[in-house]
Design a protein around this ligand. Structure first.
Ligand code: SAM
Length: 231
């Protein structure tokens, strides 16, 4: 069984997700204590896809994060580099266009998409800044980005309790539902090492996104960042 380390070597990250693909969605529901459904609803509201829009869901995994945009009538491409996740996604959603691709070198032409989005993927991509620049490149001028990622609870006492949950409760809980519990040690470590809301917003700006803003969900456990490609 593979567990990626914090240098996020792409071969290790891909193979770790290959290992967890079959039970990935169930494990998510359990470990997020049911919150993941609420987060997905908020992503759909922020993306606000309309019929005729072209949406890229990068690091789409099994495609669960892409479904709300399809339901809203957008032509949605689900892109990921784990063949195990793509295989599981194709089995579950045969009509969803899955594309194998690396977020640091996307297989799409400049200005292809009206909206690019990413749920719980950016943190796993080895070079965050390269991914943010690639997302910008494939977005139409004036188009937008929405990223949903774990972040930092804003209230100090809650931040402490949450940090304890991540490091102490989450790995044993993962052992009860997941085929590769070590992957969830990586999850806990990667969340703790991830930039906070303001720092991540700065990285968006440095990559060329403008009007960058964020909104906290579940007290800051998760943040939705948004930005626009200059017109
Ligand atoms: C936690 S899963 C998120 C899946 C889905 N977006 C969701 O919300 O359920 C993270 C995904 O990021 C993908 N990933 C990590 N690095 C990537 C990269 N460089 N290019 C494409 N996908 C990547 C992994 O293969 C994995 O499927």
């Amino acid at each position: 069984m593979t567990r990626a380390s914090l240098d996020k070597r792409p071969d290790e990250v891909a193979s770790m997700f290959d290992d967890v693909a079959a039970r990935y969605d169930l494990t998510n529901d359990v470990l997020s204590l049911g919150q993941s459904r609420l987060w997905r609803r908020e992503v759909a509201r922020a993306v606000a896809a309309r019929p005729g829009d072209r949406v890229l869901d990068l690091a789409a995994g099994t495609g669960t994060s892409s479904l709300p945009f399809v339901r809203d009538g957008a032509y949605t491409v689900a892109c990921d580099f784990s063949l195990g996740m793509l295989r599981e996604g194709r089995r579950r959603h045969p009509d969803l266009p899955f594309v194998a691709g690396d977020g640091m070198r996307l297989p799409f032409a400049d200005g292809t998409f009206d909206v690019v989005t990413n749920s719980f993927g950016l943190r796993n991509i080895q070079d965050t800044d390269a991914a943010l620049r690639e997302l910008l490149r494939v977005t139409k001028p004036g188009g937008r980005v929405v990223v949903c990622e774990f972040s930092q609870p804003t209230w100090g006492p809650f931040r402490t309790v949450y940090s304890e949950y991540l490091m102490r409760a989450l790995p044993p809980l993962a052992r009860t539902v997941c085929t590769n519990p070590d992957a969830y040690v990586y999850l806990a470590e990667s969340i703790r090492a991830w930039p906070n809301q303001r720092q991540l917003a700065r990285r968006f700006q440095d990559a060329g996104w403008e009007r960058v803003a964020w909104r906290n969900l579940s007290g800051g456990i998760v943040a939705l960042h948004r930005g626009y490609r200059p017109a």
